[in-house]
Design a protein around this ligand. Structure first.
Ligand code: FAQ
Length: 324
């Protein structure tokens, strides 16, 4: 198996020209099609990070399953967290079409070599956080993934299409929790406003660093893996979220937020990028806890994987090699 991080093939100029022509024509690239090694590496990096984010992303919300305020909320949250596991599976499958093994990707995460979204290194301190995560974090993910559902690589685009359909439910579920709390008792209002204050800025960072400091964007845009830049998506998220906050009478914690008539966009204040870089370096409030939870799950789940393998071997038709 070639190391996806090491370019081994020298792409011929003619192959590259034909590939870029297909991209320009809006064609989807499929797993068996020729692609530049660098295109494959970029996709492996992005898709595996995305898959890890979905799986690590189960932890902050999973923290509230046993403490949901009523059965209906518990069922909804349980289903949401389970959906995120499913998204991880679609994405690991999509990455595997690029010749990388799932176990290798998981090992890279467990050894701290692979990234996952920085947002999942913040704690969920109150029930209101569950509502705000659905609204902001799933909301931001939808903005990003709606674009990725149109990306040039077929399996990744199809995985994102399906993920977005489910994330839309998550966002609505979160916003409904927020709306209920914001029209509730003064204590409930205070709890939800506090969650909004804590999650707003980290959610804006989910789209990645500013365009001028985004080393991967130029290449990703050229190959239509990304169709919009980090800043364009961030701006779109702000534009759709400001009226949603007003509709539930919540304030966004940014004194510089103002509507700019000339551009038709909501202008927002400076993002503290030093906080973002600290979190992705491993120094966020919960990085160590999240990694420990994943490593423990891997160790404790070893017997399940062994049993599943033994079962599959037992039920494999020895004449055809196919599973029963
Ligand atoms: N966190 O050059 P760029 C979800 C890294 S899914 C950590 O701009 P790029 C669903 C970046 O990797 C959320 N690292 O990078 C859910 C790069 O480092 P590298 C995840 C980040 O690729 C909801 C470096 O900074 N979604 O939430 C982050 O052009 C609720 C320079 O950045 C995806 O992964 C970050 N936020 O743009 C689940 C979508 N941002 O790799 C559970 C796919 C940047 O060179 C509960 N990924 N970095 O060492 C993407 O769209 C892109 O990769 C970006 C980054 C936009 C994340």
């Amino acid at each position: 198996m070639p190391d996806p991080m090491m370019p081994e093939a020298i792409d011929s100029a003619e192959q590259l020209r034909r590939f870029e022509k297909r991209i320009a024509a809006g064609e989807k690239i499929e797993p068996k099609d020729w692609m530049p090694e660098r295109y494959r590496q970029q996709l492996v990096r992005m898709i595996s990070q995305h898959a890890h984010s979905e799986v690590v992303g189960m932890l902050p919300e999973g923290n509230w399953i046993t403490r949901a305020p009523m059965l209906r909320r518990k069922m909804g949250l349980l289903a949401k967290v389970q959906d995120e596991a499913g998204h991880g599976m679609y994405l690991y499958c999509a990455a595997e079409t690029l010749g990388v093994d799932r176990r290798e990707m998981i090992e890279a995460l467990l050894q701290g070599k692979a990234k996952y979204s920085h947002i999942f290194n913040y704690p969920t301190l109150a029930w209101a956080d569950i509502g705000v995560i659905g609204w902001f974090v799933d909301g931001a993910a939808i903005v990003n993934q709606t674009m990725l559902a149109k990306c040039s690589y077929g399996p990744y685009s199809r995985a994102n299409l399906r993920i977005c359909k489910e994330e839309n439910f998550h966002k609505r579920q979160g916003y409904e929790i927020v709306s209920t709390l914001s029209s509730g008792t003064p204590k409930q209002r205070e709890m939800v406003q506090d969650a909004v204050n804590r999650w707003w800025w980290p959610s804006l960072m989910m789209f990645g660093p500013p365009d001028a400091s985004s080393p991967n964007s130029a290449e990703l845009l050229r190959w239509k893996i990304k169709l919009h830049s980090n800043d364009e998506l961030r701006q779109h998220f702000v534009d759709i979220t400001v009226p949603q906050a007003a509709a539930v009478n919540l304030a966004l914690p940014d004194p510089n937020l103002r509507f700019d008539e000339a551009s038709g966009h909501w202008k927002f204040g400076e993002i503290d990028w030093s906080e973002f870089y600290e979190v992705i370096k491993g120094n966020g409030p919960c990085n160590r806890e999240r990694m420990k939870a994943r490593r423990d799950a891997d160790t404790e789940g070893a017997w399940v994987r062994a049993a599943a393998r033994a079962y599959a071997e037992k039920h494999t038709d020895t004449t055809t090699g196919a599973g029963a």
